[in-house]
Design a binder for this molecule. Structure first.
Ligand code: NAP
Length: 279
């Protein structure tokens, strides 16, 4: 039977540390601000933005929300990002993705000042991650690494498999595991023998975006199973990429959805914003 890696508990610890440092900075007259920009009315994005605002309040940051209409032009959005780049009250800028189709996400990401890019999506920060000399790590993979560390799971020399190769999750996840000396395999939709590769993993990270994609026969007995997936079912419930019930008895450790990687992502965003302010 698997031990549950509780993202709520671990993220609360991370946020408590951030709050402690924020309170200290406040006594020196330094306040910390995070700007969150949302374009259009994607309900999932709305939920994420509200959770981020709530977390800012918890740790003592000021949050500046910019909710722009769906028809906002790319130029208007870039203009706002430039204003935020120059705004001294703002230590971190987060533009909630996905953006409406008429806006080029890369153009927006590339306009955010790298030292305020708390999502770590700017090519300059991506480059730093590749080299292993970084200040910011993308929040979701960083959250996974924090969960592993706080659970006492050392990936050194372990066989780690990441399903998914997105720029936001899969690729940086693989890179962070590699920096910790894991032997890493990245799988994607063209991968042959997926089941066989996964069932040899000591640590299996699922970032596919398909509900209950990872079945018990893809999991090695005693493996660590990390579920990054956040899929909304027809009944409105949130569901991971892992068939949790089926894999529970086989895995050694498992993360639930909700209450796993999701809260960690937000906690790491707070940590990145603090890092930016300290700089
Ligand atoms: P994405 O950009 O859609 O990437 C999905 C990846 O899964 C792609 O690399 C794709 O391969 C791969 N894939 C799809 N079908 C596959 C199959 N049959 N076999 C093997 N690989 C397959 O998604 P993402 O942004 O990385 O997000 C992944 C999941 O994580 C989503 O559920 C998302 O909501 C969730 N997420 C959660 C958090 C959090 O805070 N918990 C944060 C971000 C994302 P190809 O590249 O070949 O297409």
């Amino acid at each position: 039977m698997a031990k549950i890696i509780d993202g709520k508990v671990i993220s609360a610890k991370v946020k408590a540390q951030v709050k402690e440092e924020t309170d200290k900075l406040k006594t020196q007259g330094i306040s910390i601000g995070l700007a969150v920009v949302i374009v259009g009315d994607n309900p999932a994005s709305r939920v994420y933005v509200n959770n981020k605002k709530k977390a800012c309040a918890e740790v003592g940051f000021e949050s500046f929300e910019y909710a722009l209409p769906e028809e906002t032009t790319q130029e208007e959005l870039l203009e706002l990002v430039k204003q935020l780049n120059a705004d001294e009250r703002v230590n971190g800028i987060l533009v909630q993705l996905p953006l409406p189709k008429h806006i080029d996400e890369n153009a927006v990401i590339n306009t955010i000042r790298p030292d305020k890019d708390v999502d770590a999506f700017h090519p300059e920060n991506v480059g730093h991650i590749m080299i292993g000399d970084f200040s910011f790590l993308p929040c979701t993979p960083a959250g996974v690494m924090e969960m592993l560390a706080q659970t006492g799971i050392d990936v050194d020399g372990k066989n780690c498999v990441v399903i998914g190769r997105s720029n936001i999750v899969g690729k940086p996840m693989a890179m962070l595991l590699l920096h910790k000396n894991a032997t890493v395999t990245i799988c994607h939709s063209h991968t042959k023998n997926l089941k066989e590769i996964c069932s040899n993993a000591d640590v299996l990270v699922a970032a596919v975006g398909k509900a209950r994609f990872v079945s018990a026969d893809m999991v090695k007995e005693g493996a660590v199973v990390i579920d990054v997936g956040m899929n909304r079912l027809e009944n409105g419930k949130l569901c991971g990429d892992v068939d949790y019930e089926a894999c529970f008895d086989k895995a050694g450790y498992i993360t639930p959805v909700p209450g796993g990687v999701g809260p960690m992502t937000i906690a790491m965003l707070m940590k990145n914003t603090l890092t930016s302010a300290k700089k």
